[in-house]
Design a protein around this ligand. Sequence first.
Ligand SMILES: *Cc1c(COP(=O)(O)O)cnc(C)c1O
Length: 397
Amino acid sequence: MTDNQDDNLAGLALDTLAIRAGHHRTHEGEHSEPIFTTSSYVFESAAQAAARFGGSEPGNVYSRYTNPTVRLFEERIAALEGAEDGIATASGMAAILSTCMALLEAGDKVVCSRSVFGTTTVLFTKYMQKFGIEVVMVPLTNLDAWRDAVCEKTKLLFVETPSNPLCDVADIAALAEIAHSKDALLVVDNCFCSPALQKPLALGADLVVHSATKYLDGQGRCLGGAVVGPAEPIDLIRGFIRSCGPSMSPFNAWVFAKGLETLRLRMEAHSKSALELALWLQANPAVEKVFYAGLPEHPGHALAAKQQSAFGGVLSFRVKGGQAEAWKVIDSTKFLSITANLGDAKTTICHPATTTHGRLSDQEKVEAGITQNLIRVAVGLEDIDDIKADLARGLGA
Ligand SMILES: *Cc1c(COP(=O)(O)O)cnc(C)c1O
């Protein structure tokens, strides 16, 4: 193997890219990826400094622009998604914001799924609208509503699949076709599946955004995000980040790059346990309904089976009763973490109606299916029988 590992990576599989892509070994011969904790870089001469600043010579100038460890993570996540290029950001929200700021202007229109991460809704409806961007929210699975919403001014369609917390599944190829009929871009938030389970670009999407905070890290340590896709839009987004500042820290990039090495193994283990838990919950008389796309009766099952290689680690279920019964299940657990985060080795449990979706009005909650008896579980990597036993405490077993 040469110093420059990337030269030899063409055509390799996801498992190999996850471990090898992006590391350009330095003259020290390090085996594991190094962390470059430096804010700036020195030049050999005043002339070289001028050339770097002027852009006539490629190379590092300042870590808000480029950093070798951040670049390692960018190259690795881009390789896994099958993208030409990628850019890292300070958080998942910074990835979405940077995409909007770089690619949209006043007068443009965005069509966004109603079932996106709560803060994404705030970003679009509160902040983007403030700057003259029209935002229309449509039901995730209703393709006619998407078709009716797009027009000549539409620049971007934004979707997250499967949805949180009810696991509704969007048809990425069909949405790409709708977007392209108006020369708009389809942006997919691939946080719940990660490239280990779903490759939106191969299905026709134009850009993929990530909250690296979740499964890419996998152990709940760092905040970060990424956007991957063709070189041209990524360059525009890079320009925004470089000038406006939501860059990723090198330490976080190192954590994410190392997290990617075990991504597929973790995603398969999360998915296997989530399916087993969904079936177990379904058989419990205290449970009214389970929402998981891995269940054959889930309305998105066939589509998920087609566009994903497994069904992911997040499920939700309704207990018989209301908020009191739901809270009892949550409060009866001994080791599950009561937190809204997900994508962690630790199993997390939350009550969407009063936490992640607490901002919605009662009417909006009914429309979104966020009932008071709904509980969301992001299944971790602990022993599945221990997870079941912890949930059984509050389910009258
Ligand atoms: C968490 C999350 C985000 C936001 O990511 P941060 O890293 O918290 O900024 C965006 N989309 C989805 C689907 C998420 O779960």
